[in-house]
Design a protein around this ligand. Structure first.
Ligand code: PGA
Length: 256
């Protein structure tokens, strides 16, 4: 039984005060959640949010990190600094970093290995653009991103990696993949991990879906065999919608 893992990526939203308020609300409302929960506020709020979630069932995540440990890297944040403020998970390879900041598979792979070396868990994001989908390249792109993202990751470390499948055309657009479309790609990702690391690692790998996940579509996605959670952007910015996604099973029962 893999269990569910719901993560909130707050992107470039919230002042420190707003972030602390939202985190405090989530701590109260999700205290009894049976699912794994992570929130990734912007760097400026990590320390304050870290103090709020310390000792609770909510994990603190960062949205990215540098590929170097320390040194002359203006504007970058090191994994050591993240650990210092209580971060235990880092999101790497988000499509906004790939597309807007030019992050390559090789750079993302360097970050994945560095994060794992320092004991951070990783959420490795993969996903195709609309043009790639229309050109029939979904599988090729996603398999390549998984293979290259995990290149050189030791078998005893891969268990602390979660993969998030986020079709780029579904992020922040309100268009989400149907559960069946997402499931098909998740199955490909799982078999890729099994090919690289063996059947057990493939079976145990948590694979989140991301891209316009909302309270109303979460349960349908989570019902799929190979979908083990969600990486949530816009709907993670309010306690009501994020809690409804984390508690997707109760939300669906209440909605009838
Ligand atoms: P969205 O973002 O839920 O706003 O589509 C998801 C993500 O980018 O992680």
């Amino acid at each position: 039984m893999r269990g569910y893992y719901i993560a909130g990526n707050w992107k470039m939203h919230k002042t420190v005060g707003e972030a602390v308020d939202l985190a405090g609300e989530l701590v109260k409302r999700l205290a009894r959640s049976g699912h794994r929960v992570m929130i990734a506020p912007p760097f400026t709020s990590l320390q304050a949010v870290g103090e709020k979630v310390r000792g609770t069932n909510i994990l603190l995540g960062a949205q990215n990190m540098a590929s170097a440990e320390l040194g002359a890297h203006t504007g970058q944040i090191s994994c050591l600094m993240l650990k210092d403020v209580g971060v235990s998970v880092v999101i790497l390879g988000h499509s906004e970093c790939r597309l807007l900041d030019g992050e390559t598979n090789a750079l993302i792979n360097a970050k994945v290995k560095l994060a794992l070396l320092h004991g951070l868990e990783v959420i490795l994001c993969v996903g195709e653009t609309l043009a790639e989908r229309e050109a029939g390249l979904v599988e090729k792109i996603v398999v390549e991103q998984v293979e290259e993202g995990l290149r050189g990751v030791a078998p005893d470390r891969v268990g602390t990696v979660t993969i998030a499948y986020e079709p780029v055309w579904a992020i922040g657009t309100g268009k989400n993949a149907t559960p069946q479309d997402a499931e098909a790609v998740h199955a490909v990702i799982r078999s890729t991990v099994a090919r690289l690391y063996g059947a057990k690692a493939g079976e145990e790998m948590l694979i989140q879906y991301g891209g316009s996940v909302k309270p109303d579509n979460a349960a349908g996605l989570m019902a799929m065999k190979n979908i083990d959670g969600a990486l949530v952007g816009g709907a993670a910015l309010s306690a009501d919608s994020f809690c409804a996604i984390v508690e997707f099973d109760a939300y669906q029962r209440a909605a009838g």
